[in-house]
Ligand binder design. Structure first.
Ligand SMILES: [Cu+2]
Length: 232
């Protein structure tokens, strides 16, 4: 009988080790009719310091298709490498002047792909030096536990070891101060929930500059072929 009774706490521990964490965030948009609460990033860091990253790191990809980066938002754990394949029949470029780490992958055409490793936490705003309408963001988080909200604002983190964590929140169109205020201590245990989060959209920044820090030369007209390769 001793064996059976000893098993019970072990089973309870096993269940606790996989506690999912669910929550909901509401984005208050400038346009009150907009109720889309997608693309809020939530991640946890363990208070015990066990924030070891997945090994090997999963493969990540941000495609260039129809003069867009897809997905627009990509979350990766620290140290991840992202591939940027070009599926359009003309040239694209990938560059970032962001805080996390500036980079420039040069110019390459259909079928080509270049990669970049992300070794600092924070957002990298990604652009193409040929097409000003192309923009994306890669958020590097120092954790393997992260999720992105769906349109209803719901998010879910699975395979979380039970314990004490800090929850962090990021949204492309929010003020850094508000996001910092949302950081909070949480305990992961069976049935645990996160209090509802609320984020207020702020006005979009002015048009971004090209990789030289200048305005895009829209008068030049890149034409149906897309790429003005002479500049390169
Ligand atoms: Cu482009």
């Amino acid at each position: 009988m001793k064996t059976v009774s000893a098993l019970i706490p072990l089973l309870a521990l096993a269940a606790a080790a996989q506690a999912p964490l669910q929550g909901k965030v509401t984005v208050r948009h400038l346009a009150a009719s907009n109720s889309n609460s997608a693309d809020v990033v939530v991640w946890l860091t363990a208070d015990n310091g066990d924030n070891s990253l997945p090994s090997p790191a999963p493969a990540f990809r941000m495609a260039q298709r129809d003069k867009r980066f897809t997905p627009h938002l990509l979350v990766v754990p620290l140290g991840a490498t992202v591939a940027f394949p070009n599926f359009d029949p003309f040239f694209h470029n990938v560059f970032s002047l962001g805080e996390a780490r500036p980079f420039d992958l040069g110019l390459y055409q259909a079928g080509g792909s270049r990669s970049q490793q992300f070794t600092r936490p924070g957002p990298s705003f990604v652009f193409c030096n040929l097409h000003p309408q192309m923009s994306a963001v890669i958020l590097t988080v120092p954790s393997r536990w992260y999720a992105v909200s769906d349109a209803s604002g719901a998010y879910r983190l699975d395979a979380l070891p039970a314990g004490a964590y800090h929850l962090h929140v990021w949204y492309e169109h929010a003020q850094a101060a508000e996001l910092a205020q949302l950081e909070q201590a949480i305990t992961v245990a069976p049935g645990a929930t996160v209090p509802p989060l609320e984020i207020h959209e702020v006005a979009a920044a002015a048009a971004h500059k090209n990789k030289y820090g200048k305005d895009y030369d829209t008068a030049k007209g890149y034409g149906p072929g897309g790429g003005d390769v002479k500049e390169w």
